[in-house]
Design a protein around this ligand. Structure first.
Ligand code: ATP
Length: 521
């Protein structure tokens, strides 16, 4: 982790100035390199907060320092200071495209600017792929801009060298990334992935720049995973996105093909007419920054806005749950806020995801799953425990949970609410987290409380759970078609049966939802 270009590995040679960015495991500062009086950026990675071990981090730093391309951020040097790794880089005075959009262009950028940014980012990808790297975290937050219009792809925190012989398996199997931008094959059991995964993420980034947010970004991470696998690929809509050219729409559609073999390479994509006609960035980008305050003030403003939004949502959440009413728009907003705060922190293991994804019904399985509903109906009155467990059985909830009792892994909150069903019987539910409700498809027609409490002639039945003996808890992994469904109707069924009490307990660990349902006759 030595130095280069004359930048020393001595922390006292650097004067840290303002904070200019923050991510899952790092805070980035503007700094002065005192011997040259040169402005640099220093990424301070908290080693205690890092998922990676020191070898991974060392590799990241080495990879970054070997990079030599005008569109890729290169590390000047890196060294350990206390429990932090400092990575010294060029300072990009306009920060990331994400920050720029958040502060000034919430609905996205104009096509000429998008074309220029994407072309430079694509040149970076072409270079990295030729060098044998997969970036694996292409997104607007990792495209940095300078005030002269320079565009650089940043953050090799999660990249791995495909040709890194000693560790090939590991680098291919441990995917740390951001779900909205992830290619379906990365989530599919048994299928490998390669640099084409970056082309998918590039397509998603194009949509992000066009709309100001990535597709599915309002949903919680687990739901995004499922939607990526199950739904048709997102794209620019020919009607809704009228302001964008046919060429742009075509280019995005080429990237967002589920079959990775049908996606173009970066080299081929660069030849697409959309990029052939892209303006040089120094012409199309500079005007984006005029009238904006300095980067550090923007970042400060965003931090304040994030904190305020979070506090606001938490207050609203508590108040509305207390009132047993949360309009779905509010739930979505809450979910989005949670998601946006958590997205970068959401690092996961590919094997876990593959295991989960394999349990999801795809379109062809839906009929099969629907047939299973009948057997579920006959299991009413029994206790069913459904797992969506990343560690496949490592964690299970096999006890009944009473009011305010459950404080499990991570931040678990249990709120028990008594609702009356139409027959005047008590219906209890314990709900933890808006994202989980959404994953489970229970929020479509309003909050789960609404669904459960207001269905006058109906009881709420969780479908697709395995038939188990009365008042026994079934443990183990989710079986196909058990939990993950696409519509609330798959979950909330009308029934002649009267389940007088239903306990539904969900909690979240690393964005994975766990659920136990108990119905009592
Ligand atoms: N060289 C730089 N110049 C200016 N701003 C930077 C620079 N490097 C990073 N930033 C800002 O800091 C933010 C966080 O940096 P970075 O993405 O490297 O951290 P991270 O912890 O790896 O984040 P994540 O896990 O979300 O990708 C960036 O989104 C960007 O806004």
């Amino acid at each position: 982790m030595g130095g280069s270009r004359g930048y020393s590995a001595n922390p006292s040679d650097y004067k840290l100035l303002e904070e200019i960015g923050y991510g899952a495991s790092a805070t980035v500062y503007r700094a002065i390199y005192l011997p040259f009086n040169d402005v640099v950026a220093i990424k301070c990675l908290d080693l205690d907060r890092c998922n990676s071990n020191l070898d991974d981090i060392r590799r990241e730093a080495q990879t970054m320092s070997l990079i030599d391309h005008p569109n890729v951020i290169r590390a000047y040097c890196s060294f350990v200071v206390d429990r932090n790794l400092w990575v010294v880089m060029p300072f990009m005075s306009e920060g990331s495209c994400l920050h720029l959009m958040k502060i000034a262009y919430p609905d996205g950028l104009e096509e000429p600017a998008i074309g220029s940014i994407l072309k430079e980012a694509l040149k970076a990808l072409d270079y990295l792929h030729r060098q044998g790297h997969i970036h694996r975290d292409v997104k607007a937050g990792n495209i940095l801009l300078d005030n002269n219009g320079t565009v650089k792809l940043a953050d090799f925190g999660v990249s791995a060298c495909m040709f890194d012989a000693g560790d090939r398996q590991r680098s291919r199997n441990t995917f740390v990334g951001t779900p909205c931008w992830m290619a379906p094959e990365v989530l599919q059991p048994g299928s490998g992935y390669n640099s084409k995964a970056d082309i998918w993420s590039f397509g998603i980034t194009a949509l992000e720049l066009a709309h100001g947010h990535a597709p599915f970004s309002k949903y919680p991470p687990m739901k995004v995973l499922l939607m990526t696998i199950q739904n048709a690929p997102p794209g620019l809509d020919y009607d809704r996105d009228k302001k964008f050219s046919k060429s742009f729409k075509e280019m995005v559609a080429m990237c967002l093909v589920k079959d990775q073999t049908k996606r173009p390479t970066a080299e081929k994509l660069l030849k697409h007419s959309f990029f052939k006609h892209a303006k040089p960035p120094e012409l199309s980008l500079k005007k984006l920054f005029s009238d904006l305050p300095p980067l550090w003030n923007r970042v400060k403003a965003l931090q304040v806005a994030d904190l305020t939004a979070t506090a606001h949502m938490q207050l609203k959440d508590a108040a509305q749950l207390a009132l047993k009413k949360m309009p779905s728009a509010e739930q979505e907003a809450l979910s989005q806020s949670e998601y946006q705060r958590g997205v970068s922190a959401w690092n996961f293991d590919l094997d876990d995801l593959k295991a989960q994804a394999s349990l999801v019904c795809d379109d062809d399985d839906i009929h099969e799953c629907k047939d299973d509903d009948e057997s579920m109906k006959s299991s009413l009155g029994h206790k069913a425990t459904a797992y969506c467990d990343p560690s496949l059985g490592k964690l299970s909830l096999n006890r009944e949970v009473s009011q305010a009792e459950c404080r499990g892994p991570g931040s678990i909150e249990l709120l028990q609410i008594d609702c009356l069903n139409g027959k005047g019987k008590n219906l209890e539910c314990a709900i933890v987290e808006a994202g989980c409700q959404e994953i489970l498809g229970l929020k479509k027609n309003g909050s789960i409380i609404d669904v459960m409490g207001s269905t006058s002639e109906k009881d709420v039945v969780l479908t697709r759970a395995n038939t188990v003996k009365p008042r026994e808890t079934q443990t183990g992994p989710l079986t196909p078609g058990v939990v993950l469904s696409r519509s609330s109707s798959d979950w909330v069924h009308n029934s002649e049966r009267s389940a007088s009490k239903l306990e539904l307990i969900t909690w979240e660990r690393d964005s994975i939802c766990y659920m136990t349902a108990v119905s009592h006759d």
